[in-house]
Write a protein that binds this ligand. Structure first.
Ligand code: NAP
Ligand code: G4F
Length: 342
């Protein structure tokens, strides 16, 4: 605490969830510290609007560090003295984790161990949120999946998240630390990374609508996901740290839809008929192991956290598609105004 205000430390603050969470906590008058990586371009597009929020000092601070580097993590803990830690940083792309398995294991798995060790040494009274994932359920053993469903991870990413999750739970038991894990199912928004399927689809649809692209190439269209809306999911993270006791919670909508359904709905929203004419399959986007079906049961979160998903599939597709259509490059659009697929 500083001057009666809570201090939060967020890893992954430059990502989709980190940006929404930072916004949410700043509105609640937290002092927010974020860990960012050095990149050749300044990688804070999603949070740059928060840097002077709300035009006062002492609100948002960014620190260079890396989940692969214990020294930087320890320094940030010692320097910032957080009350709440939200560990969202990860190499979070499942397909890419097959290309860089060792790196993914180090950042997404061992990185969590580094964070927990730092917490044990420098912030043992703090509360810790671990970003666990429905990808841990992998080839699912039951449907829908809840907090007791056995894990069966299929990717280096999923396996790293299982390691991270189990380590977080054991640190909670062994050292009496307040550590809660949110097992979040897929959640999307206009801030979603461009190489995740929902964002790729809506961007492709907008480009096709504008005549800037002929076809959208995808991988496995039959995979099914439980897709929710990211801003609602970061509130659940915060609610988990408001409880008397730490625990694990599934956060999901309880609905599952295929990639094909998402694609069809996005083309429909853009007013493009015969969507199949604009879709191509590229096997490069297939994974060595696929997770065919995810569908979450968030009953525990509904009961204990009083959390509920508000935005369901159809509305999510509309929000994401409308954003891309509204943000099309107007100049290019006017050059191409005679082309139409409607
Ligand atoms: P995201 O947009 O990919 O953001 C990942 C964040 O981690 C970025 O800020 C990234 O920094 C940072 N990061 C990557 N490697 C790092 C490293 N070596 N050291 C420090 N930071 C690093 O992911 P997201 O969708 O916001 O997801 C947030 C967390 O929830 C992740 O842990 C993800 O695995 C997990 N999760 C996500 C979902 C989902 O559907 N979105 C579902 C379940 C769990 P750069 O900006 O520099 O790349
Ligand atoms: O959008 P995706 O890449 O997300 P995925 O693999 O489900 O992972 C996301 O959700 C996890 C939670 O379950 C998070 F933990 C993780 O960090 C990440 O946020 O792919 C969704 C589905 C897959 O089945 C994939 O095979 O879409 C299929 N797909 C089909 N064509 C594609 C494509 N995925 C991508 N990225 N690109 C395609 O062209």
């Amino acid at each position: 605490m500083k001057n009666g205000r809570k201090i939060a430390l967020i890893t992954g603050i430059s990502g989709q969830d980190g940006s929404y969470l930072a916004e949410f906590l700043l509105k609640k008058d937290y002092i927010v510290h974020g860990l960012i990586r050095r990149a050749s371009t300044f990688n804070i597009e999603r949070i740059k609007h928060l840097l002077n929020y709300p035009h006062q000092d002492e609100k948002l601070f960014l620190h260079y560090g890396d989940l692969s580097d214990s020294g930087s993590i320890n320094d940030i803990f010692a320097k910032t003295e957080p009350d709440e830690i939200y560990n969202l940083g990860a190499q979070s792309h499942v397909r890419v984790s097959f290309d860089v398995p060792e790196y993914t294991t180090d950042v997404t798995g061992t990185g969590v161990l580094r964070m927990l060790e730092a917490m044990r040494r420098y912030a043992s009274k703090a509360k810790f949120y671990q970003a666990s994932s429905s990808e841990m359920f992998g080839k699912v053993k039951e449907t829908p999946q809840n907090e007791l469903t056995p894990f069966n991870a299929q990717s280096p990413y999923g396996i790293a998240k299982v390691f991270a999750h189990e380590t977080a739970c054991r640190y909670r038991d062994a050292y009496g630390l307040f550590i809660s894990c949110g097992i979040l199912f897929n959640h999307e928004s206009s801030r979603r990374g461009e190489n995740f399927v929902t964002k790729k689809i809506v961007q492709g649809v907008a480009q096709i609508k504008a005549g800037l692209q002929d076809k959208l190439y995808l991988g496995n269209l039959s995979a099914k996901r439980d897709w929710g809306y990211a801003p609602e999911y970061v509130k659940a993270m915060w609610l988990m740290l408001r409880q008397k006791k730490p625990s694990d919670f599934v956060i999901a909508t309880g609905e599952t839809h295929s990639v094909k359904e998402f694609t069809e709905a996005a083309f429909k929203r853009a007013g493009i008929k015969n969507y199949k004419n604009y879709i191509g399959i590229d096997k490069r986007y297939y994974r060595p192991n696929e997770v065919n079906l995810l569908c979450g049961d968030a009953s525990k979160a509904k009961k204990v956290l009083k959390w509920r998903p508000k935005t369901k599939f159809a509305e999510l597709v509309n929000i994401m598609t409308d954003f891309e259509l509204e943000n099309l490059d107007i100049k290019k659009l006017s050059e191409l105004k005679n082309k139409t697929h409607v």
